[in-house]
Write a protein that binds this ligand. Structure first.
Ligand code: C2O
Ligand code: CU
Ligand code: CU
Length: 485
């Protein structure tokens, strides 16, 4: 195979094959030159789409094409020609209609990550497949009590999820607060990673990448490399941060500035919490308040050790790549100067989150995410000993009941566990019970560790999935089917 594998040539359609066709000197150039992003442009955001009268109608066309990435032209995948795709803003009780148009050479589909909506029919149904040249109309009906927060959309076609997200298919969804938080400005920050070759084409993942979970060489915010943000001292900003990286954990810091967390994944805390650091596993989101302090500060991602397969692969195996060698990355730069702003009013408090710790538990289950050797260098990625099979139902749950699941990870690397439709409350982590209720839709299960969660299977019935959100693992089978009825 050349610099661009058949797999990626198919994924990127005409753009990929053009790169292969150069041959000769062109091929040599592609192999020996490196893509170099241009850092430091002014911060930009994807287009924001808002509905009216309780409905937002959107057409999302997934296609290969030439897009701006890291300040350069690149050949990637995009929704409506941009990476990230448009930000969709809705409210509790709204209907979100998305017509997904597949202009790629490969099948795809759509998932609204974290939204508490029906998994059936043309709802958040990941068993649906949209073939090349076809389109499908999704309809997501948000309940009237849907929690506010930061969500996102991405393809969910088993076997291609990591490839399609890594190549550019993702976008943010914001469910607005009923009572707004007074801020000077709000910014959506969609963080992604990607590897591009010298011709600006997305590179394919190696078998090793797929085993560890690929991490892209470039980490971008809204498709930009280290964009510049500016504010005045005392201004309060709200940052909606999404980790769309298929395998990379983001341990975020904003040293020198005052950072508070309004919420994680869905919902908002009763009051903001001070935070020096925020860990986002792949798929997690943070709703952050930043109160600007004079000076320059960087939004950085510091090294997070998510384990390695060294114990299983023998001593030659390196630790998972951090992409840029040092382990610490600069995602964006905030410059604060000018006349001080008046101090903002208090953040309206929210009711306490639901707490399932005193609920009656209808069933206890164990969910074990394992990585096994299959010989010949092949690995198996399983949940409770089995790889994904869309036609098999692994877990059947009675509707309107609360269950307690013990998520077990006997492998030497972390697995971020994700359940669709119904959020999870963490009731025990590292042998400890959290003081306040902690809700997530992606729960990190540390290497050789376990976490206990409780889930309220309320509002919806139907078939859906749970899986590892290191999407290379999910694509290799670390996913199971749940049916609530
Ligand atoms: Cu963000 Cu099933 O995934
Ligand atoms: Cu999801
Ligand atoms: Cu995993």
């Amino acid at each position: 195979m050349g610099p661009l594998s058949r797999r990626n040539a198919l994924l990127l359609g005409g753009f990929g094959t053009a790169a292969i066709a150069v041959g000769g000197a062109g091929l040599w150039w592609t192999l020996s030159s490196r893509f170099s992003p241009v850092p430091g442009g002014d911060f930009t955001e994807p287009e924001q789409l808002r509905g009216s009268n309780g409905r937002l109608q959107v057409r999302l066309e997934a296609s290969p094409g030439s897009v701006q990435l890291g300040g350069q032209q690149a050949s990637a995948l995009a929704y409506n020609g941009g990476v990230p795709g448009p930000t969709l803003r809705v409210r509790a009780g709204d209907v979100l209609d998305i017509e997904l148009v597949n202009s790629m050479a490969v099948p795809t589909n759509l998932h609204v990550h974290g939204l508490h909506v029906s998994p059936q029919g043309n709802g958040d149904n990941v068993f649906n497949v949209v073939q090349p040249g076809h389109s499908f109309s999704y309809e997501y009906r948000l309940p009237a009590d849907h929690p506010p927060g930061v969500y996102w959309y991405h393809p969910h076609l088993h076997g291609m999820v990591a490839d399609q997200i890594f190549a550019g298919l993702f976008g943010a969804i914001i469910v607005e607060d009923a009572q707004p938080v007074d801020v000077s400005r709000e910014r959506v920050m969609v963080v992604s990673d990607i590897t591009l070759d010298g011709s600006g084409t997305v590179t394919d993942a190696s078998p090793m990448d797929r085993m560890l979970g690929r991490e892209g060489e470039f980490v971008l915010v809204n498709g930009q490399s280290n964009p510049k943000l500016s504010a005045r001292p005392g201004e309060r900003e709200r940052w909606r941060i999404v980790n769309t990286c298929v395998s990379r954990y983001l341990r975020l810091r904003l040293d020198g500035q005052q950072m508070q967390l309004l919420g994680m994944d869905s919902g908002r805390f009763p009051t903001p919490r001070n935070a020096d650091e925020v860990l986002l596993a792949p798929g997690n989101r943070a709703d952050v308040l930043v109160t600007a302090v004079e000076g320059d500060a960087t939004l950085g991602a510091v090294y997070y050790n998510r384990g390695s397969m060294a114990a299983m692969m023998g001593p030659a195996e390196p630790a998972p790549s951090d992409g840029q060698g040092t382990g610490d990355l600069v995602l964006a730069t905030l410059s604060v100067s000018g006349a001080p702003a008046a101090s903002p009013p208090a953040v309206p408090s929210r009711p306490a989150a639901a707490d399932l710790r005193t609920a009656a538990v209808a069933a206890h289950r164990q969910v074990t995410l394992a990585v096994g050797g299959m010989g010949m260098g092949m690995m198996s990625f399983t949940i409770n000993g089995r790889g994904f099979n869309a036609s098999r139902t692994d877990t059947t749950v009675a509707a309107q009941t609360v269950e307690e699941w013990t998520l077990i990870n006997p492998s030497p690397m972390d697995h971020p566990f994700h359940l669709h439709v119904w959020p999870m409350q963490i009731v025990e982590e590292r042998g400890q019970t959290p003081g306040q209720p902690v809700w997530r839709d992606v729960v990190n299960i540390p290497a050789n560790g376990q976490v206990r969660v409780r889930i309220n299977f309320t509002d919806f019935t139907g078939r859906s999935v749970y899986h590892c959100h290191i999407l290379d693992h999910e694509d290799q089978g670390m996913m199971g089917v749940i049916e609530v009825r």
